[in-house]
Design a protein around this ligand. Structure first.
Ligand SMILES: Nc1ccn([C@@H]2O[C@H](COP(=O)(O)OP(=O)(O)OP(=O)(O)O)[C@@H](O)[C@H]2O)c(=O)n1
Ligand SMILES: C[C@](O)(CO)[C@H](O)COP(=O)(O)O
Length: 243
């Protein structure tokens, strides 16, 4: 594993057109998962893609987004120092036993002066800066919670416990949801205060509070690297979309 790879801390020096220079967004990056479905014995965020950890790829793209004022990473507890060295521009906190606890730990490090918070999986290492900007812009425009969404391309069936098909579901109103997901900070804080053993995404927790969640178009580049095949797909995507 390349532990010397870093992301520049010089976020301010990017040449960004004036109207987009807002820098009012904190991005939380839960990166403390084990990556059991990917395998390999290394925490997934530290697994390499083209010679660099997934986390470094993810943070480099976040740092390219003109709105991003701060990145907070929830790292595997044993890797906090290594992650600080990899991404010196970021605030790094120890992650928790679940994704929700990791997000909550990162959220606690965001100052109250920041109103817009995005949550982005380290495992979605190739999500482009344009997607970050689209989500941030939708929150700024008054949406309480915003998720990137793609249409479902496969036929969907509901099955019983014996794998017998019960019905074919109308997929037209279904969406595949990605990250980064964007929120007003106070809304996300409230959602995590109400969290109990969560197995949903952050937007799901906000939905339960009764808030409307708005979809913006997702990106094929934001695929979640979950299984070994995804790593191969990501290699091809990276070759076709280098930074
Ligand atoms: N305790 C945890 C579990 C997950 N995550 C993060 O949440 C994101 C999405 O989770 P997923 O892709 O499911 O990662 P893992 O939990 O690592 O995967 P697996 O379920 O295969 O072990 C990842 O960036 C992962 O590092 C985290 O910060 N803390
Ligand atoms: C947050 C998320 O990436 C949205 O699609 C997803 O819910 C995380 O997946 P996990 O496998 O449940 O960690």
């Amino acid at each position: 594993m390349t532990r010397t790879t870093t992301v520049s801390s010089d976020i301010d020096s990017r040449d960004v057109p004036a109207p987009h220079r807002r820098k009012d967004v904190a991005v939380l990056v839960p990166a403390a998962g084990m990556g059991l479905r990917l395998g390999g014995g290394t925490p997934k965020a530290l697994r390499e893609l083209a010679g660099e950890p997934l986390l470094v790829h993810a943070c480099r793209r976040l740092a390219q987004a003109p709105s991003v004022a701060m990145i907070v990473i929830a790292a595997p507890p044993a890797e906090v120092e290594a992650v600080r060295a990899m991404v010196p521009a970021a605030t790094v906190v120890p992650g928790g036993a679940t994704r929700q606890l990791s997000v909550a730990a990162a959220l606690a490090a965001v100052p109250e002066t920041i109103e817009v918070v995005l949550v982005h999986d380290a495992a979605r290492a190739l999500a482009p800066a344009e997607l970050v900007e689209a989500v941030a812009a939708a929150v700024r425009s008054g949406r309480e919670a915003v998720v990137p969404a793609l249409p479902v391309v496969d036929t969907i069936k509901r099955v019983d416990t014996g794998e017998c098909v019960l019905e074919t579901v109308d997929r037209a109103p279904l969406r595949v949801i990605q990250t980064p997901q964007g929120f007003r900070r106070v809304t996300l804080v409230r959602a995590h205060e109400h969290a109990v053993d969560e197995h949903t995404d952050d937007a799901g927790m906000v939905e339960r509070l009764g808030h409307q969640v708005h979809c913006v178009p997702g990106s094929d580049l934001a695929l979640k690297i979950t299984r070994p095949l995804d790593l191969l797909i990501a290699e091809s995507l990276l070759a076709a979309h280098p930074l």
